[in-house]
Write a protein that binds this ligand. Structure first.
Ligand code: NDP
Ligand code: BG6
Length: 478
């Protein structure tokens, strides 16, 4: 059952993912979907909308027989569980599916609704839990608005559902390249011995998007970049980069190690956090409006669309090694990368050309696009003399495996149906993430930066550059 069935996420991600699973015969024949939203729609209209969504966004060609199999199990219910005990239609649709397809009372409730609608829906669902079969609840991010609301939401959800039934989704964890961080680190012998403060100079994590807010003003005005990306995707990337090897690849072993990292993150002071908001500018030659001119945004909005910060993970492995993070909308390109910059070779035994110096090695994990891993090393330019240039040793998914990468939601929806929570966020993990974010935003109540402070299509505020320049470093890939 998908709450939020008329929404953006359902159309752009969830139905295309379900279609990809059906396309590969990964869904059981009994599978069916009840869509729930407040919008008035007939079942035929709902089917048409979802078909159009699949045709537009699925990664596979559209096949009538695959779609028919999915469409047959669709139901649509107009209901507003946040306002009323409006669930007669829901119960009837579920009973109907149970009878028609033999779903045996097994339920996944996917809450693809705005954060404010989650708690009331959970309350209603919890009070009317089905007795037969298993029940699982997927809750979209951001889980809460701050530490206090996340704790309260955790309390509500856990008073009706066991932790093993709660799947707090962060779709970054479903990305192949993010999962590959664990294999890169713990499936290879050569990286771990140097993956620490003795060899690593610093880490840079970038989640940049050229997109703006895509009509999601009501959500984004509340969230901003810090709650939309830093609290979840970004801190998960930090945790996966910094964590110790788990003893097993099961849900608790992996999450225990991530929580330790989050607990060790030193609260950055105001000087170590930069925020920004885009003004008008150009993306790939096209003129785009500033954030304050986006439909639904107030003309004096102080919502940040960019955040950069310097974090420290205070433990033996990482003490004094900065983790620089940055994320923003309307930056020049879409790119998510984790860059591990190693310390420079201590002494060049050869004479370098004037003005040249040895470049440090950098291990670059390209989360997206051009998914892969590359290692920057120094090499001698062929010919007389000793001219040195950085070159890259590359692994590209496209070249190595020759299969399309699955979308994160495919993996995560299937894992949830199989009851595997390894790639979902545990209650304590979410709360630790909020504790970091709450500390970062606390000083924001006191000062009003001059927004907008970067033009769309540029690499963000000067203060973000200064954050690294003060440490004698600079952001990669400008
Ligand atoms: P939208 O605003 O596009 O959709 C929200 C959906 O929730 C609509 O279908 C709306 O339908 C429904 N809804 C709202 N209130 C209620 C209610 N009280 N009862 C039943 N249905 C309700 O948002 P998105 O789809 O973009 O986002 C949904 C969630 O997914 C958010 O938490 C967001 O953070 C998360 N998310 C979104 C991503 C994206 O790319 N869009 C990516 C990752 C996470 P109606 O008005 O018809 O009721
Ligand atoms: C979502 C955010 O969680 O992630 C969006 O709400 C953002 O604002 C999206 O655009 C980015 O996801 P991806 O998979 O395109 O990097």
């Amino acid at each position: 059952m998908i709450f939020g069935a008329s929404g953006d996420l359902t159309q752009r991600k969830l139905f295309p993912a379900l279609y990809a699973l059906a396309y590969r015969n990964l869904l059981p024949p009994q599978f069916g979907v009840v869509g729930v939203a407040r919008s008035d729609m007939t079942l035929d209209e709902f089917r048409e909308r979802m078909q159009a969504a699949v045709e537009e966004h699925a990664r596979d060609e559209f096949r009538e027989n695959v779609w028919e199999q999915l469409a047959d199990g669709l139901r649509y219910v107009r209901a507003d569980l946040a306002d009323a005990e409006d669930d007669e239609g829901i119960v009837a649709a579920l009973n109907d599916l149970d009878a028609a397809r033999g779903t045996g009372g097994n339920r996944v409730y996917y809450l693809a609704v705005p954060p404010s609608a989650i708690e009331p829906i959970v309350l209603q669902l919890g009070r009317r839990r089905a007795t037969g079969g298993w029940t699982r609840v997927i809750v979209e991010k951001p889980f809460g608005h701050d530490l206090e609301s996340a704790r309260q939401l955790n309390e509500v959800v856990r008073s009706y559902f066991d932790e093993s039934e709660i799947f707090r989704i962060d779709h970054y964890l479903g990305k192949e390249t993010v999962q590959n961080m664990l294999v890169l680190r713990f499936g290879n012998g050569i990286f771990e011995p140097i993956w620490n403060r003795q060899f690593v100079d610093h880490v840079q994590i970038t989640v940049s998007e050229s997109l703006g807010i895509e009509g999601r003003a009501s959500f984004y005005e509340q969230a901003g970049a810090i709650r939309d990306i830093v609290q979840n995707h970004m801190l998960q990337l930090v945790a996966l980069t910094a964590m110790e090897p788990p003893i097993d690849f099961d849900a608790d072993s992996v999450r225990n190690e991530k929580v330790k990292v989050l607990r060790a993150v030193h609260t950055p002071g105001p000087k170590h956090v930069v925020r920004g908001q885009y003004g008008p500018g150009y993306i790939e030659g096209d003129e785009v409006p500033g954030y304050r001119e986006e439909p639904g945004v107030t003309p004096d909005s102080m919502t940040e669309t960019y955040v950069a910060a310097k974090l420290y993970v205070d433990n033996w492995r990482w003490a004094d090694t900065p983790f620089y993070i940055r994320t923003g909308k309307r930056l020049p390109r879409r790119e998510t990368t984790i860059a591990i910059q190693f310390k420079r070779a201590p002494h060049p035994p050869f004479e370098l050309d004037a003005g040249e110096e040895l470049r440090p090695n950098v291990l670059l994990v390209h989360v997206q696009p051009d998914e892969g891993v590359s290692l920057a090393i120094s090499a001698k330019v062929p010919g007389q003399g000793m001219t040195i240039r950085p070159v890259h040793m590359d692994f590209l998914y496209g070249g190595a495996f020759r299969v399309g990468l699955p979308e994160a939601y495919e993996r995560l929806i299937l894992d949830c149906m199989l009851g595997d929570a390894t790639l979902f966020t545990r209650a304590d993990e979410v709360e630790e993430q909020w504790a970091i974010v709450d500390a970062m935003v606390a000083p924001w109540k006191r000062d009003r930066p001059h927004f907008p402070n970067y033009a769309a299509g540029t690499w963000a505020p000067a203060a973000a550059d200064e954050l690294l320049q003060r440490d004698g470093r600079s952001w990669r890939g400008r």
